[in-house]
Structures are given as structure tokens and as C-alpha cells.
Ligand binder design. Structure first.
Ligand code: AMP
Ligand code: MG
Length: 344
């Protein structure tokens, strides 16, 4: 299959809409990461997403809408809880996904057989324009091959899925660079399943205290059931071994400089690079979690372009605000290996 590279203009967006209406797959830019979209109301179109990505069929997809009214118009949920309405009002459009009891229009392929559905209204203008052009909500997981870092540019999508999908719309680099925050409102007390660009602190300022799922910071025990099926899969791991190092700037720099060989690299803050004697990959600014979120996946992909690198020492980000999302992705890339330099 020849994958069309579409531009961010009216003509090409209409073309993308037509492909989607006809049951095809299109990579689309959003403010979080690029999504691989199909008509969410068409089970056989949605099935193709799993085949193209090599995604396990028991990992459900997020349904993307272009206006809050789409939820009722297309019968996407059987209950739209008050708290969900409040969060929608405050954080949509934006990087927040809400899980609610599913409506009759949702095919089993989207919800992976669960009785709930995940819904998001993206902020990215192009994403909303494509959904509008398609005339239906779009199911869209990240547009990467399962197991590789989520794509934050159209080129990443082509690298992973070129020849396997109908088209990609190039909308430039993603603003946030990490997948959306996922919260379930289908449980008695709202629970954070995945941290992202909308923070716990922001959510709690609207609906009060929420629970944080164990899988956000910790490895699931063998056989433990994941509240969000995606959490049980190994994610975002580059081929090189990654170890997170917790400690001060100088502890990090001293440790890396005295424990590195020919195959070692560092995933570090801007201010560290000049002081390190190994190749470095950027993890943004120490005091700016948004810049860390923006850089992380691109740097993990860059590391994979260097097969000579076998070990990466990464800075351990703060877990405050958007830092929690950066930490959550990085600790998975590191197979949960964190070394505390103050305790050596
Ligand atoms: P992705 O779009 O690739 O970032 O993946 C979507 C994430 O949302 C995965 O981690 C899914 O497991 C999660 N998800 C989607 N629908 C549901 C649902 N109904 N219940 C729990 N988690 C969900
Ligand atoms: Mg994904």
C-alpha cells in the first residue's frame, strides 16, 4: 500500500475525511502525539488499526470527537456523569481522556469488549477538522508500531507505519509530546489511570480528590489485572538498557563520568550536557516539565538510531505536575530500574 502524505490544508483534510468515511486508516496530528484514526462506529475499519500497529486486541482505543455534543449525537456513552461534564467544560478541548459507561454505538473492537469507552476532544485544530470532515467520531490510538515510542512528528509515523496505512496528515510537531491524561469516571471514585498534560492538581481543583492507580508509579505484579489494559504492556523501551539516576546535578554528573564506557550515553537536562564526557540526548530543561514531555519520545527514538549505544543513564524527573507523566513514561522505558545516587 502506498501511504499518502497529506498537508494541513482544506483540500487534503477533505481527502482524509473521505478515506476515513470509506473505512481507511489515516495518521493525524494532535496536541499529545500523532494518532492512527479510523471510523469509530465501524468495527471492521477499527480492526485494521490493530493489524497495522501490531496492537493486542484486548487494548481498547480512545474515541476522538470534535464537539462535546458528539457524545449524545452519536450515542457514545450510556451515562455522562456530572463530574465528567465539569471536567469537559474545563479541560476540553485538551489532553484529557475520560472513561465512561459505553453507549450502544460503540463496537466491541473499540472498547476491547469492556463495558466502558474512552473519549477525548483534542485541542489540535487539524485533528478536529479531520473528525469534522469524516463526519463521524474517530477511534485513534498512538500512530506507532506497538512497543515503540509514540510518534510526535509525521516522519515518525511514516518510519513506523509507512506502507501499512492509507495516509498521514502532516501537522508539524506535537505541542505536548506525551499521550493524554486518562481518568475513569465509571468507578465510584474517579481514578487516574495514566498521567498526561492535564495534571492531577488541575483535575482535583475541579472535582476534588481522585485516586491514583497503582500502575501509574509501580510495576504491576505478575498476574495482577490492569485497570487500563494498556498499562500491562511493556511500553516505550528503546533497545539500549535505560537506568534512571535519582540525585543532585553533581551526583549525576560524577556518576555518569566515572561509570561510562564506549557504549554508554546520557539522557539529560540541557545544563548537564557540557559537563558529561559521553554522548548526550536532550531531556529538556530541569525546571520545565513541559519541555521534558516535549523532548522525551524524540530522544528515545534518536537513541534507537545508534545501535552502538547499549546503556543510557537518564535523569530522574520530578513527579510534580506534568513531571508525573514524564516519570511514568521514562520509568517504563527503564524497565522500572531507578538508582538512588544519595544511597550508594
Ligand atoms: P493510546 O491511545 O495508544 O495511548 O492508548 C489508549 C490508552 O487508553 C490505553 O492505555 C488503553 O488501555 C486506555 N483505554 C482506552 N479505553 C479504555 C477503557 N475503556 N478502560 C480503561 N482504559 C482504556
Ligand atoms: Mg499507544
Amino acid at each position: 500500500m502506498n501511504t499518502l502524505l497529506l498537508k494541513d490544508n482544506e483540500n487534503d483534510i477533505n481527502r482524509a475525511g473521505e478515506i476515513l468515511r470509506n473505512g481507511g486508516l489515516v495518521g493525524i496530528p494532535t496536541e499529545t502525539v500523532y494518532g492512527l484514526a479510523a471510523n469509530a462506529l465501524d468495527g471492521s475499519a477499527v480492526k485494521k488499526i490493530f493489524a497495522a500497529k501490531g496492537r493486542p486486541m484486548d487494548n481498547p482505543l480512545i474515541v476522538h470527537i470534535q464537539a462535546i455534543d458528539d457524545i449524545e449525537r452519536f450515542d457514545l456513552v450510556s451515562d455522562f456523569p456530572e463530574k465528567a461534564k465539569k471536567l469537559a467544560e474545563k479541560f476540553w478541548s485538551g489532553p484529557l481522556t475520560m472513561i465512561m459507561p459505553k453507549g450502544s454505538a460503540i463496537p466491541d473492537e473499540v472498547s476491547a469488549g469492556l463495558d466502558t469507552v474512552a473519549i477525548r476532544l483534542p485541542e489540535h485544530k487539524t485533528a478536529r477538522a479531520v473528525i469534522k470532515a469524516a463526519g463521524v467520531p474517530l477511534a485513534a490510538p498512538s500512530a506507532n508500531l506497538s512497543g515503540s515510542p509514540s510518534p510526535t512528528t509525521a516522519q515518525h509515523v511514516i518510519n513506523d507505519l509507512g506502507g501499512r496505512i492509507d495516509a498521514v496528515v502532516d501537522g508539524g510537531e506535537c505541542r505536548v509530546g506525551l499521550e493524554s491524561t486518562v481518568i475513569t469516571l465509571a468507578t465510584e471514585k474517579p481514578r487516574l489511570l495514566r498521567p498526561g498534560g492535564v495534571t492531577v492538581e488541575e483535575i482535583e481543583s475541579v472535582i476534588g480528590k481522585i485516586d491514583i492507580d497503582d500502575a501509574v508509579l509501580n510495576k504491576l505484579a505478575d498476574g495482577e489485572k490492569a485497570a487500563s489494559p494498556g498499562m500491562k504492556y511493556k511500553h516505550y523501551a528503546p533497545k539500549a538498557k535505560v537506568i534512571m539516576l535519582k540525585g543532585s546535578d553533581s551526583a549525576y554528573i560524577d556518576f555518569v563520568n566515572s561509570n561510562s564506557g564506549a557504549h554508554t550515553a546520557a539522557l539529560c537536562y540541557d545544563t548537564d550536557s557540557d559537563r558529561l564526557n559521553v554522548p548526550t540526548f536532550p531531556l529538556g530543561n530541569k525546571n520545565d516539565c513541559l519541555s521534558q514531555a516535549h523532548m522525551l519520545f524524540n530522544s528515545l527514538r534518536k537513541i534507537d538510531e545508534h545501535p552502538e549505544i547499549r546503556l543510557v543513564y537518564a535523569r530522574c524527573p520530578s513527579t510534580e505536575g506534568v513531571g508525573l507523566a514524564v516519570y511514568n513514561r521514562l520509568i517504563r522505558a527503564a524497565g522500572f530500574e531507578v538508582k538512588d545516587l544519595e544511597k550508594l
